[in-house]
Write a new protein. Structure first.
Length: 243
């Protein structure tokens, strides 16, 4: 079964520690059974990305960015273009992470523009979707996901990955049950197929760790994992990537 494991380092590390951890990743993954069906992506902050690209150049580990501008070029002070990320070695870009939605007020219109611009730059977007705790409580999960996907995927091409990240599961130590995750992934795949006319990969994120990764073994519709906290230790992330 095909699996992609993505390390989301957020803004957790100093520049020096990012480079050190990238080197540790490179070493620990030396004998990993990489294949087109088994990929590992490292997504550091923008500033460490070019140097990390050099560190992992001879490794099959791929590089991802954690955001990109919604425009391809121009007078957008402080933004980082998808094209430059691609030039520096990124192959993937995380778009619409719940922290960006929550703290930087990203909405579906902006996220949609970012997806289009990222694909134009030949980056593979990893689009994050997910419900809040309250939305789950009142049984709105599917409705929220359908809304997010329909709006975000407008005029988007099919070369992207969806990450199902329930907002309440991120960094909380709590996850939905494997059966719930499986059911939601099937739902997202159906929706994406309707919208884009193509089967997409759907990965899960939110409190994935070496301690709980085995629980997800039977989830056939989980095509990989987006890992935050547990990707900050090379050993632990490596264990997760054994699934
Ligand atoms: P977490 O973060 O693994 O620390 O819950 C996941 C994410 O935010 O992508």
């Amino acid at each position: 079964m095909s699996k992609i494991f993505v390390a989301n380092w957020k803004m957790q590390l100093s520049y020096k520690d990012s480079l050190k951890l990238a080197q540790a990743f490179k070493n620990i993954f030396k004998n990993y059974p990489f294949s087109p069906a088994r990929q590992v992506v490292l997504a550091p902050d923008f500033l460490s990305l070019p140097e990390i690209a050099k560190i992992i150049k001879t490794s099959p580990i791929k590089l991802g960015a954690l955001d990109c501008a919604p425009e391809s070029k121009g007078a957008f002070t402080g933004e980082v273009s998808a094209q430059n990320l691609k030039t520096l070695g990124a192959q993937y870009v995380v778009v619409g992470h719940s922290e960006r939605r929550q703290y930087f007020f990203e909405n579906e219109i902006l996220i949609n523009q970012k997806l289009i611009v990222a694909q134009a730059a030949k980056l593979i977007p990893i689009l994050c979707v997910g419900e809040s705790r309250e939305e789950k409580r009142v049984n709105l999960t599917k409705e929220v996901l359908a809304n997010q996907l329909r709006r975000a995927l407008k005029n988007v091409k099919s070369n992207l990955i969806i990450a199902y990240e329930p907002r309440w599961a991120i960094g909380s130590g709590q996850t939905p049950s494997p059966a719930e995750i499986e059911a939601i992934h099937i739902y997202i795949k159906k929706l994406a197929l309707q919208i884009l006319k193509k089967e997409l990969k759907v990965i899960y994120g939110g409190s994935v760790s070496a301690a709980n990764i085995q629980e997800f073994k039977k989830c056939k519709n989980v095509d990989g994992f987006l890992v935050g906290g547990a990707s900050l230790k090379a050993q632990e992330f490596y264990k997760i990537c054994q699934l």
